[in-house]
Design a protein around this ligand. Structure first.
Ligand code: SF4
Length: 440
């Protein structure tokens, strides 16, 4: 199931008039599901594979799938679409099809998922998937397979196969994804992606080359989005990666932390490899909220360098999309004002603002659950990053929603979006004319 729908009606109406706000979510919604394409590559040749994305589903969609007479259907979905995925899985089970479900959400909530699928995959799927298919053929399927509970199912990225991009109708996509790293060592309290599936690991460069070669076979000058949580953690490996990327005719995008600003050699390689934009989680300008966010307090220690880091990275011609989260317990009215001021005074070329969201599997979720502050037990549909799902500390739910809407209105006004674009254009012109780079 693809796509995410915002529930806050006022924000949704607002979003329709704020192009900067909807741009990124449109990109995310149109990415293919790399997890399923990866499982497809780990499917033995005696199986025929069909890849299908549904945003909504009707009787006709279900019948169309049933006409293919599938032996087995594997589902993957974000938390925000998991309830519909469960419903769809149950519909197919009633029609006698065996269903398997996996991904971040079901890894965190395997008992919940078990009620809606014949098999639940917890953690990394590659080795497990091959085992599931063998067990299916031998009529010996188990209810659950877990790489977290069973070390023999843990996957080494040296054994990666090229995802089955050939299953896609490429004309439906404006970007393709590859994964070069999995997980992140920082362990931020609200982050589900960093460690739910596996600990931090890197893919061997020669395997990434194979994936890029495959993509270039089907797409002349692709736009690639890395499905990584934090790509440049290991700087030595990152430089090898960027040297490889520099050999291809492509534009690309990834997520990183601000440590890249401290490495000139890496920034030079990044610029030379046609990186279009890096997305950086600054998270907040509120010191109290940063305090304890990650176990080493690394993010708090970077706060004073935020503005210089943005300028330094962008002076290499690389656009920075700065991400900020609102709704931390120590956030007050002043935090909203300070965030807006920080963004206004920064040279960020793009901005992403979201609401703190307790995804299952995170420390944040455990904390709010034990404090009885989650608004409902099953709020998965509202894990959109733009809906409030818990009782805030210094606001009521309505106050937080309204203050967030106000911030969005100000930050994404046409005037501010154009200002940011203009500033970045100027940064690019400066780079061309004097070739001097920012310092930090
Ligand atoms: S740095 Fe980013 S990816 Fe890493 S744990 Fe924190 S939020 Fe997650």
């Amino acid at each position: 199931m693809s796509g995410v729908r915002v529930y806050n009606k006022r924000l949704l109406d607002l979003g329709l008039t704020l192009p900067g706000f909807v741009e990124r979510s449109k990109v995310i919604a149109s990415l293919p599901n790399l997890g399923l394409l990866t499982l497809a590559s780990h499917t033995p040749d005696n199986w025929e594979v069909i890849y299908k994305e549904l945003d909504t589903f009707s009787e006709a969609d279900i019948e169309a799938v049933l006409r293919e007479v599938p032996d087995l259907i594997a589902f993957s979905a974000l938390t925000a679409r998991i309830n519909e995925t469960y419903e769809l899985s149950n519909r197919f089970r009633k029609n006698g099809v065996t269903t398997v479900i996996g991904g971040l959400h079901t890894t965190a909530m395997p008992d919940e998922a078990q009620a809606f699928a014949d098999v639940v995959i917890q953690g990394e799927g590659e080795i497990i998937w091959e085992q599931v298919l063998t067990d299916f053929e031998n009529n010996a399927l188990k209810l659950r397979y877990s790489s977290l509970a069973n070390a023999s199912y843990a996957f080494h990225l040296k054994d990666c196969k090229v995802p089955r991009y050939d299953l896609l109708d490429i004309s439906n996509y404006n970007r393709l994804t590859i994964q070069t790293t999995r997980g992140c060592p920082l362990h931020c309290s609200f982050c589900a992606a960093s460690r739910t599936i596996s600990a931090y690991k890197k893919k061997p460069i020669q395997l990434i080359k194979k994936e890029l070669d495959k993509i270039h076979e089907i797409w002349d000058r692709p736009f690639i989005e890395l499905a990584d949580d934090n790509t440049f953690v290991d700087k030595k490996w990152s430089k090898e990666l960027l040297t490889l990327f520099g050999k291809y005719k492509m534009k690309w995008f990834t997520e990183t932390d601000i440590s890249i600003a401290y490495d000139d050699e890496l920034l030079e390689l990044l610029a030379a490899s046609n990186c279009a934009q890096v997305l950086i989680g600054f998270e907040t300008t509120n010191k109290d909220a940063l305090n304890g966010m990650d176990r080493a307090n690394w993010k708090l220690k970077q706060l004073d360098q935020y503005q210089e880091a943005i300028d330094k990275i962008q002076s290499y011609g690389i656009s920075v999309n700065g991400c900020f989260i609102m709704g931390f317990d120590s956030d007050t009215e002043e935090t909203f004002a300070a965030t807006e001021e920080f963004i206004l005074n920064s040279n960020l070329s793009e901005v992403q603002i979201t609401l703190l969201t307790p995804f299952p599997g995170t420390d944040l979720y455990d904390q709010l659950k034990s404090d009885d502050r989650l608004l409902t037990a099953n709020y998965w549909d509202k894990c959109t990053l733009f809906d409030v799902n818990f009782v805030p500390k210094n606001f009521t739910v309505l106050e937080l929603e309204k203050r967030f809407e106000q911030l969005m209105t100000n930050v994404y006004s046409d005037e501010r979006v154009n200002e940011r674009k203009k500033k970045f254009k100027q940064t690019l012109l400066n780079k061309r004319s004097n070739k001097t780079y920012g310092t930090i």
